[in-house]
Design a protein around this ligand. Sequence first.
Ligand code: GLY
Length: 372
Amino acid sequence: MIHLSNDTGDQFAQAFTFAQKQVRKLIEKHPLMYPLYTENGMWSKDGPAWTHWCDGFLPGLMWMFVKRSEPESAERAYWAEQAMRYTEPLETRKNDRDVHDLGFLFFTSYYRWWRLTGDPLHKQILIDAGQTLAARFKDKGQYLKSFVADNSLFIDIMMNVGLIFFAARETGDRRLRDIAMRHSHTTRRVLVRGDGSTAQEGIFDTDTGEFLRQTTHQGYRGDSCWSRGLAWSLYGFTTCYEYARDPHFLHTAEACADFYITHAPPDGIAPWDFNAPAENRMLPDTSAAAITASGLLRLCRLTPDPLKGHLYWSTAVHILKSLCEKHLAKSEPKWEGILRGGVYHVNKGLGVDESVMWGEYYFVEALERVLW
Ligand code: GLY
């Protein structure tokens, strides 16, 4: 990979420092609150959540700050104390059978903690969570069901299935690996289209396992491309390829990346849906852009084609520069988040043009990946 220019490196380092300041302010103002999105720029715990999937992102930010502070420093001790304080309450979620989001909850929190310490208790928590997630598998249809119903498969689950691959690898349980493989192949077949765009949800006949149709909750239409779903798919299939080394998963991640690159506007920041109607076509989702940047920085190291690898790396840098130049909340002293212009759920009117906690997380993760 080519190196960042000094100016760009400085810009990204300053954004990383700004992120630390904003997170510190949040935890001082609202101790042990796990917010999803801001309301007029202010973190709020009272906004409707739709589903309970976001509690790992805040401790995940803290674990990144631990890793990037000087060994033995007071700063490192501060972040480690906070990260543990925000991670420990999540342990009980390893048994949560109501959501499909255990990867979001545990890769961000306990996985990062385990990577720093190697503590076998943390590994066991990750394995338990992976086993719980695998219990969502539907033999008829060959997918992990979403939180909304037995007949429903979400593209978002691609960000979580890696936890089953992890549990399979660490325990040697071939049944777990088989579930993760089958789910990923089904998702590829029914939710990723020939042009690399994605649908958010697939509906099955639970009696026969027959796939019936594509639809959406958070996108514009069943046949449109909700940009965050595309980003989850790009990143999720990249993670699956890292675990399974099945070239189909690499090709799928590349197809999603290529769709994003060829359809995003010149600044690289996707609209909330690539087929959004005229009335809100210009509404961006900076969280989709941040997830894409972070996913591309992983994918660029896996693709065997050096030209593609370079394209993915430079696109990620371009997206991050646009986010820093146009969407960083630095210029608005009262704004409590890091990145403006995120979107949670346009159709329900939740968290629209706000800071969203997963956008903060993947933005900082992408900065970390290019800076170190
Ligand atoms: N449903 C997870 C998301 O909002 O992306």
